[in-house]
Design a protein around this ligand. Structure first.
Ligand code: ADP
Ligand code: MG
Length: 257
């Protein structure tokens, strides 16, 4: 028996009203995502990737179509979903610790175990020393890590990551994406990553969804299977199939094709 998808996106279309007129951002997007999957969504800039994540997160309502999470229709934000938006959205007047526990605070869920988990994440990400600093005192990469930790702290089943690693320098980006993938796998979470970095998309995911240019439609879905000893994203880039996927999807995304 085929299991039920944890996230079911059914025929989503999205039109924004703007002073310049109507902007069609997404058109007839359908996608099933299963428990434990890591799905990367790639597509040209402005094709509606962030819009799609916002709709899944229940932050905006689509013009038509529906999203179901665990068979429940999405009609607003839920604690099952942890969303890390494209900008880190840290609060400048709160120190790092206060930013990290914000999600727990909002959920009224400050327990001893959750505090310990948040502290561990901060240490694991090399931010233990920065607890009492303020966001303006941190580099862009560090801020991004704080935002990620804040998302992980509430222990959501589904993680939505919008260009989550884009503010990091290349080296840090590889390390952090390795760590995030490990955490997600270990905790058997489901993740949806939006990225413009195709290598990152392929090395992290079981599935890569290629969207067309605006209005975004699903052009193709690739099941990724890489033979590599180490299952870290960095190790996966060494897999013999990696380049093949890369070239195929790269061609698919070529707006001039
Ligand atoms: P992506 O994340 O793929 O770059 P977005 O989802 O951010 O794309 O945006 C898709 C399109 O919708 C873009 O053309 C963008 O300008 C437009 N758009 C996004 N948000 C709004 C909004 N709130 N009002 C009007 N247009 C918007
Ligand atoms: Mg975006």
């Amino acid at each position: 028996m085929k299991s039920q998808p944890i996230v079911a996106i059914n025929n989503i279309s999205m039109k924004y009203q703007s002073p310049e007129g109507e902007i069609a951002a997404l058109k007839n997007v359908s996608l099933d995502i299963f428990q434990g999957e890591f799905v990367s969504i790639v597509g040209p800039s402005g094709c509606g990737k962030s819009t799609l994540l916002n709709i899944i997160a229940g932050l905006i309502a689509p013009s038509s179509g529906e999203v179901f999470i665990k068979d429940k229709k999405v009609s607003g934000p839920t604690t099952m979903v942890g969303y890390m938006p494209q900008s880190d959205q840290l609060f400048e007047w709160r120190n790092i610790w206060k930013n990290v526990v914000l999600g727990l605070e909002i959920q009224n869920n400050i327990t001893e175990a959750n505090i310990r988990f948040a502290e561990k994440l901060l240490r694991d990400y090399g931010l233990g020393e920065f607890k009492h600093k303020y966001p303006s005192q941190l580099s862009g990469g560090m801020r991004q890590r704080v935002a990620l930790i804040r998302t992980l702290t509430t222990n959501p089943d589904i993680l939505l990551l919008d260009e989550a690693f884009s503010a990091l320098d290349y080296q840090t980006r590889l390390v952090v994406s390795d760590e995030v993938k490990q955490i997600i796998e270990k905790e058997n979470k489901t993740a949806i990553l939006v990225t413009h970095d195709l290598a990152e998309a392929i090395s992290m995911a079981n599935k890569v969804v290629a969207l067309s240019k605006r209005p975004g439609t699903v052009k193709n879905i690739y099941n990724i299977s890489l033979t590599c000893n180490s299952h870290t994203p960095l190790g996966c880039r060494e897999a013999p199939e990696f380049r093949e996927y890369f070239n195929t999807i790269w061609k698919e995304l070529d707006v001039h094709a």
